[in-house]
Ligand binder design. Sequence first.
Ligand code: HEM
Length: 401
Amino acid sequence: MMPLRRDGLDPVTELGEQRREAPVSKLTSVLGTNVWLVVGYEEARSVLADHAAFSNDIRPLVGKSQATGADAIGGLGSTDAPDHTKLRKILTPEFTMRRLRELEPRITQIVEEQLDVVESAGPGADLVESFAFPVPFRVICELLGLPQGDRERFRAIGHARFDATAGVGGLFGAMSESREFLIDAVARQRHEPGDGLIGSILERHGDDLTDVELGGLADGVFTGGFETSASMLALGAVTLLEHPDSYARLRDDSESIDPIIDELLRYLTVVQVAFPRIARHDMSLHGAAVSAGDVVLCSLSGANRDPQFGDDADAFNPSRERHSHLAFGHGLHRCVGSELGRMELRIALRSLSRRFPDLALCVDPSDLAFHDLSIVHGIGSLPVTFGQTSDAIPRLATTSS
Ligand code: HEM
């Protein structure tokens, strides 16, 4: 599965060769269904934007064409209009700038608390276990408005989800477990509404949504926002350690923060492929003869290394001319949590560089345990040392909850 293979942080070189040879090509054929791979930037962007030609509804492929209601709901990424429109309308008010501003001090506090955990483990720690995993996990719990008691139980499920060694069985097991857990949390919040997304949606749409529907939607938020942000934090830290000038600028130069975060998102493109698109009719797709029902996979990591981004597209270069990338997708399914994700990365990576200016890997980069063939590229552990912490640099302000 070439689009999911990586060489450390980079997509494998074959992906770039494929883009140069044919930006749209046949990847494979499964039980008579062709699977096409789109690696070029313009080509991927045009597929993601064309909702008239492509559907996100994969039920015909997985043999659930009759599924309705509870079964059909939840996976925003595999839902078409009008269901998708309805679900996005319910979700977007939870991601407004006003909601994000409310969350910001809590995120800062969570980040500082996790940095305390890292520091107390000193002089070294596993940054995945004590920072990259717990920060987004706690942020999602905060966003969903899970009561403290629920969070402890939910944590075990989150761990199973993130644990690469659990394999595909463990992953799917943990996926349905998180959904069951959240359906249950919704049922309880009907009587005792929390102060997050679940409580707020119950207040606005409680009568129109069943527990299963809202639990599925909350699980979609958990699925979309947890592993993605955790991987960005871990791989972002690896990238910054390989580029100490950027790591230092995060700490000292507030103007540099946004370009560095944006370039990390492009360079790492942790979500390697977009949700599969299904061709609605026969077409010629940039020269490829695509038939109705064929699957089209857009390689976001390949598209984001297109020479559109400059001759040095394979390098990490925060001072490159800005050009909108596809790390959050594009079109109607573009990531609903993109601004929350950016905010989390800004706060967490900046605070990391302020607290641990001397952060260093304690293994050779080639020995890092990168995931193999996962849709969200990531890493199982990240052993670091940090020497002296810096008391000279003031910490970001936190407020108590
Ligand atoms: C920085 C980390 C993140 C990255 C790189 C990322 C990336 C993506 C990508 C590539 C898509 C799919 C686009 C497509 O196939 O067209 C997506 C969709 C989605 N993301 Fe994110 N995401 C991130 C963070 C988040 C967060 C923090 C949340 C919520 C808390 C979230 C929730 C979602 C949801 C619900 C969807 C489905 C949207 C739809 O189909 O309408 N993501 N994300």
